[in-house]
Each structure stands twice: as structure tokens, then as C-alpha cells.
Design a protein around this ligand. Structure first.
Ligand code: ADP
Length: 182
């Protein structure tokens, strides 16, 4: 684990479904009904009650699914976290389809939702950098910019954990923290 900003922001390499925080963010797809990658790992670890909660949201309030850049929260089933904040990242299609704005919105809206839920800590995966093919360096710079702005402009911010699946991905993030912000 790397401490990026003392007592507030950390990065680490690992499986986000095992992290002990108030809220973890899921890089879901619009259906909210499960997928591969981080979504699959979260549902696998959380068990069927998480799937049931997602299904209920689809039936009751999001019949067409969750649009990219937006969030919705549920309980976290058997996970060590208390909440899962589901978001849908942009699919990378060259960069001229507002992918960067949508990705920033995922991080911003998840932070807002975590605050609304009264969370004191939140963990993010690297949204859109798997099957959605967002370039990792660019994605990590966007994540860092949003997180840094939030920390700079908030009294007593939540603890924020950025979870990478490989050491290599975490290294890309650590480089971004050296060139932007503090
Ligand atoms: P997306 O569809 O948003 O691209 P993916 O789940 O395919 O979502 O990938 C997002 C990122 O999450 C990738 O960088 C991938 O390596 C990473 N990842 C996959 N599984 C896990 C996990 N269990 N914990 C943390 N990160 C994960």
C-alpha cells in the first residue's frame, strides 16, 4: 500500500472485493446484472443478495439500465464493505465521444453518493480500463484529478483507496500522482 496523501489517500494492488472500507465502487455495465472483471469479482464475493438488490433497482427505477457516468448504490451482501456504489464507465471509442467527461463523472458522482451515505472511506477500481479499453494512463490521470480536487476542496475528506489489479497499473497511477497535484 502506498500513502499518496497522508492519512487520506492510498493506492494498492489487489482485489477490491476484499477491501475493508465503507463503500466500494463497482465498474458495472448498464444492465447492473453482472459481468466479468471487477463486476464479476464483486458479485461473486458478495453473493446472491447483491444481484437481487440490483435486479430490484432495474425493475423499480431503472428499467432501461444505468447510463454511463451515473451511479446507484446498494448494500454489499457478504462483502466486508457496507455499500457498493455501482457506476458505468464509458466504452473507449477513440476519445471524441466525451469519454473523459463521462469517466470523471463516475468518480465525482461516486464521491457524492458516498458522502450522502455518510461513508468515511471509499475504494475505487480503475473504471473503464478493462473490457471498456480506456487508455490506462489517461484514465488514471482523470481519476487522480477528481480525487485530488475533492481532497483539496473538502474539510475532513473521506479516506480514498485506489485499487489496481496489477502492480504495473498501480505504477502508472503513481507516476500520474507525481506529475499532477502535489
Ligand atoms: P470496465 O468494463 O469498466 O473496463 P473491468 O472490470 O473490465 O471494467 O476492468 C476495470 C479494471 O478493474 C481493470 O483495470 C481490471 O484489471 C481491474 N480489475 C479486474 N478485477 C478486479 C478486482 N477483483 N479488483 C480490482 N480491480 C480489478
Amino acid at each position: 500500500m502506498h500513502e499518496i496523501i497522508k492519512d487520506i489517500c492510498y493506492s494498492c494492488t489487489g482485489d477490491i472485493s476484499q477491501i475493508h472500507v465503507d463503500a466500494i465502487v463497482n465498474a458495472a455495465n448498464s444492465s447492473l446484472l453482472g459481468g466479468g472483471g471487477v463486476d464479476g469479482a464483486i458479485h461473486q464475493a458478495a453473493g446472491p443478495t447483491l444481484y437481487a438488490a440490483c435486479r430490484q433497482i432495474r425493475e423499480q427505477s431503472l428499467p432501461a439500465g444505468l447510463p454511463p457516468g451515473e451511479v446507484v448504490s446498494t448494500h454489499a451482501g457478504r462483502l466486508p464493505a457496507e455499500y457498493v456504489i455501482h457506476t458505468v464507465g464509458p466504452v473507449w471509442s477513440g476519445g471524441d465521444q466525451e469519454e473523459s467527461l463521462i469517466l470523471a463523472s463516475c468518480y465525482e458522482q461516486a464521491i457524492i453518493e458516498a458522502q450522502r451515505l455518510g461513508c468515511r472511506s471509499i475504494a475505487f477500481p480503475s473504471i473503464s480500463t478493462g473490457v471498456y479499453r480506456f487508455p490506462k494512463k489517461q484514465a488514471t490521470e482523470i481519476a487522480w484529478r477528481v480525487v485530488y480536487e475533492y481532497i483539496q476542496h473538502t474539510d475532513a475528506p473521506m479516506k480514498i483507496y485506489l485499487i489496481f489489479f496489477t502492480k504495473h497499473d498501480e505504477k502508472i497511477f503513481l507516476q500520474a500522482t507525481r506529475t499532477t497535484g502535489d
